[in-house]
Design a protein around this ligand. Structure first.
Ligand code: NAD
Ligand code: MG
Length: 390
């Protein structure tokens, strides 16, 4: 039996992971599940998969979790230290599916203990790519992509030499507003941005898809994961979300990965890697699909892509600044305090301020420095809001 833990078990990726694990209970010994406010789900799943431990990220919810698990034999815990402790418990395979920079510390801890880390939490690589990779190397741990584009690239690279890779193309659905007139974007609401044409995902990544911040993060993730240079990474809008990514080789060959938009494929690939086992995903009927469409992303519609290019050129802790500011701007958008287009404006202002006035951006990439940069970027996003209002 393989020992597995799932961080962010109550979310969209977490639930898809549990779906796969619950289909083969004889194969998995579940060590820990973690969640946030969704205590009922967390407690029910912990019992269903026979977890030893359930952790809520929020201390105020510990009593609820304890009550929900009373008499079940599942241990209950809460808070950041408990999340890190859960990540230190021996496991062969750990799913990193917390949303946001909060996923970084538990992921690093799992790597320090030599686990195979299935990484859905792209924020870890955006904020601290070299730290993640270095930690995996030092502790003989393995980092596997779960983001559908990165899983697709990883699969297209099996048996290939990176020296033969010319370019990597990741596809973007274009999100909720891809066909909206540009002038209407200013008034787009959080509700409108929260419905994705193809994928069923958590609210934050769904809004990030509409703004292309998700794709911007994924471009940086591609650079970190595969070690290619920024000019080797391209983004193409592909409304059907059937082709997830393509790898172009020096001989002109282009390998595409196709599949229905169902995250259980990428999760299952990381779960069974290096083997391929049966997965409960739809088989594509290409004749029925008929055609697939592709078009170049418009610069004016998607400023986040330009900011990602700047971050890759700048390097160091600029990814942590970018992510922290993006997360905070997204909080403000969801709360109705700023408009849809203001998110990219605020993030750019924070990046400018860091570039001009913070020694931190060039500081060493340690967990402490990343955390401090993340906090500062959020604070500077709030400052930029105040300046705007004033
Ligand atoms: P989600 O919002 O559905 O779930 C997030 C999970 O994180 C929940 O379990 C929640 O309780 C937990 N969480 C929230 N705040 C937390 C905090 N401060 N501390 C600890 N735990 C916290 O999100 P999701 O869509 O499942 O996405 C999870 C991660 O996977 C994100 O990094 C996202 O970018 C990435 N991802 C998701 C998809 C997808 O299809 N949903 C695809 C690719 C990548
Ligand atoms: Mg993706």
């Amino acid at each position: 039996m393989r020992k597995v833990s799932i961080f962010g078990a109550t979310g969209s990726i977490g639930q898809n992971t549990i779906d796969l694990i619950a289909r083969a209970p004889e194969s998995y010994d579940v060590v820990a599940l973690t969640g946030g406010h969704n205590i009922e789900q967390l407690a029910a799943d912990a019992q269903r998969v026979g977890a030893n431990l359930a952790v809520t990220a929020f201390d105020a919810r510990l009593d609820d979790l304890k009550n929900a698990l009373a008499g079940t034999g599942v241990e209950a815990a809460s808070g950041q230290a408990a999340l890190t402790e859960a990540a230190s418990r021996p496991a062969d395979w750990v799913m990193s599916a917390i949303v946001g920079a909060a996923g970084l510390a538990p992921g690093l801890e799992a790597l320090k203990h030599g686990a195979t880390l299935a990484l859905a939490n792209k924020e870890s690589l955006v904020c601290a790519g070299s730290l993640m990779l270095e930690t995996a190397r030092t502790h003989d741990a393995c980092l596997l992509p779960v983001d559908s584009e990165h899983s697709a690239i990883f699969q297209a690279l099996v048996g290939e030499d990176m020296g033969a890779v010319e370019r990597i193309i990741i596809t973007a659905s274009g999100g909720a507003f891809r066909d909206w007139p540009l002038v209407d974007l200013e008034n787009a609401t959080p509700d409108q941005a929260s419905s994705h044409p193809n994928w069923d995902m958590g609210q934050r990544i769904t809004i990030d898809s509409a703004s292309m911040f998700n794709k911007a993060m994924e471009v940086i993730e591609t650079r970190e994961f595969f070690g290619v240079s920024p000019d080797q990474i391209e983004v193409i809008v592909h409304p059907e979300s059937m082709v997830h990514a393509l790898v172009g080789f020096r001989d002109g060959a282009l390998m595409a990965h196709l599949g229905a938009p169902d995250m259980r494929h990428a999760i299952g690939y990381a779960l069974h890697w290096p083997d391929r086992l049966d997965l409960p995903v739809e088989r594509l009927d290409l004749a029925k699909l008929g055609q697939l469409n592709f078009r170049a992303p418009e610069d004016a519609r998607y400023p986040a892509l330009r900011l990602a290019r700047w971050v890759m050129e700048r390097g160091g802790l600029s990814g942590a600044v970018f992510n922290g500011a993006k997360e905070r701007a997204l909080d403000h958008f969801i709360a109705g305090r700023i408009g849809f287009l203001d998110m990219a404006i605020l993030v750019e202002q924070v990046l400018d301020r860091f570039e001009a006035g913070s020694g931190l951006i060039d500081a060493a990439m340690t967990l402490d420095n990343v955390t401090e940069t993340d906090h500062l970027a959020r604070q500077w996003t709030d400052d930029a809001m105040v300046n705007r209002a004033g």
